[in-house]
Design a protein around this ligand. Structure first.
Ligand code: NAD
Ligand code: UFG
Length: 337
């Protein structure tokens, strides 16, 4: 199949590109490089031993999308392109609604024009908000508590409406939990700008010596060891989830939602220990106050994805840590050279 990946040089897009290309699909990447750069596409080519087209462009440019969809005879789109910083989304809501919501409308408009009606959308567990019960299943009420989450929910609703308006649309909404880890080659991985907000990239920068210590945001939660618990999913498992979603859509019209998570919560201390094991050193930590807006614990019920997509995770925190460490060493080497 010919597949367009918007945001294809980003963290999740780049790993998905590798999985799809290795499965025999023809992949085209489109990215405006606002949170990535072109060298990622060269490294994807190196891993896959293919020359994957990479187009510089913005999803809000409907004309460019029509041209790209037509030129490459695209049959399905995976829509990763979006902004994802929760804090920034509260400070600059218009930027987030424009990029994430208007950007999605522009893409869907282009797809409709050229009659490409198969799409996989990158949604987030953040659409659930305060847990009414755990694990979250796909029926859990939706009540995002930040602007970023509301942009994701709005796009989900647009896609639901689109599927109702025209039965030819084939749509999956994939709600990712906490993606972590890197490709086993160490050539691609998460590469956030500035000081990371998220736990894993923060741990990696402490291990690199770029940051002095990890702040543990609270150890008095009602969890197994008092620190926050999350559902950390290896990015290669997540990437394989997209391959499974695309093959599901071959035989299904309409709009279907899936959690992509492991179903197993892991604490801050547990993830830190796994990384320390992989890098062979104890990392400095400091106890810090709870971070505002943090939930004590949340994790996925991944049963629906298993039943309908035949997908489940095969990697654990040890794989997450060894692959992240390999990526950290590669990146530190690049920075030093
Ligand atoms: P990322 O920032 O690494 O990748 C997103 C890519 O989209 C970047 O390469 C960026 O340059 C590009 N992009 C952004 N706006 C664009 C635009 N208007 N036009 C073209 N390209 C644009 O993020 P990621 O972690 O790979 O996330 C991919 C998707 O998954 C996002 O939609 C994100 O909201 C969603 N998601 C991520 C997480 C996570 O924790 N990483 C969790 C749940 C959902
Ligand atoms: N944490 C620390 N120290 C840090 C960073 C995080 O102790 O320096 C703790 C947090 O308090 C939390 C856990 O590590 O208990 C995970 O925090 P992350 O920031 O890595 O992940 P979140 O679950 O808080 O949020 C992430 C993304 C959101 C997304 C959500 C669900 O930031 O954008 O996952 O996908 F919506």
């Amino acid at each position: 199949m010919n597949i367009l990946l918007t945001g294809g040089t980003g963290y999740i897009g780049s790993h998905t590109a590798v999985v799809l290309a290795n499965a025999g699909h023809s992949v085209v990447l489109l990215d405006n490089f606002c949170n990535s750069n072109r060298s990622v596409s060269e490294r994807i080519n190196q891993i896959t031993n293919q020359m994957i087209p990479c187009i510089e462009g913005d999803v809000r440019d409907t004309g460019l999308l029509v041209k790209t969809l037509t030129e490459f005879k695209i049959e399905a789109v995976i829509h990763f392109a979006g902004l994802k910083a929760v804090g920034e989304s509260g400070q600059e809501p218009l930027k987030y609604y424009d990029n994430n919501v208007a950007g999605s409308i522009s893409l869907l408009e282009a797809m409709k024009q050229v009659n490409v009606k198969t799409i996989v959308f990158s949604s987030s567990a953040t659409v659930y908000g305060e847990p009414q019960y755990l694990p979250y299943d796909e029926e859990h009420p939706l009540n995002p508590i930040n602007t970023y989450g509301r942009t994701k929910l709005q796009v989900e609703e647009i896609l639901q409406d689109l599927a109702k308006s025209d039965p030819q649309w084939r749509i999956t909404l994939l709600r990712y939990f906490n993606p972590v880890g890197a490709h086993e080659s160490g050539l691609i991985g998460e590469d956030p700008n500035g000081i990371p907000n998220n736990l894993m990239p923060y741990i990696m920068q402490v291990a690199s010596g770029k940051l002095p210590h990890l702040n543990i945001f609270g150890n008095d939660y009602d969890t197994r060891d008092g620190t926050g618990e999350r559902d950390y999913i290896h990015v290669m498992d997540l990437a394989e989830g997209h391959l499974a979603a695309l093959s599901f859509l071959q035989n299904h019209q309409g709009c279907e939602t899936f959690n992509l998570g492991t179903g197993k919560p892991v604490s801050v201390i547990e993830l830190l220990s796994a990384y320390e094991q992989a890098c062979g050193q104890k990392l400095p930590t400091k106890l810090a106050p709870r971070r505002e807006g943090d939930l004590p614990i949340y994790y996925a019920k991944p049963n629906k994805a298993k039943e309908y997509l035949g997908w489940m995770v095969t990697r654990g925190v040890a794989d997450v840590s060894t692959s992240s460490y390999r990526w950290q060493q590669m990146r530190d080497g690049l920075a030093a050279s």
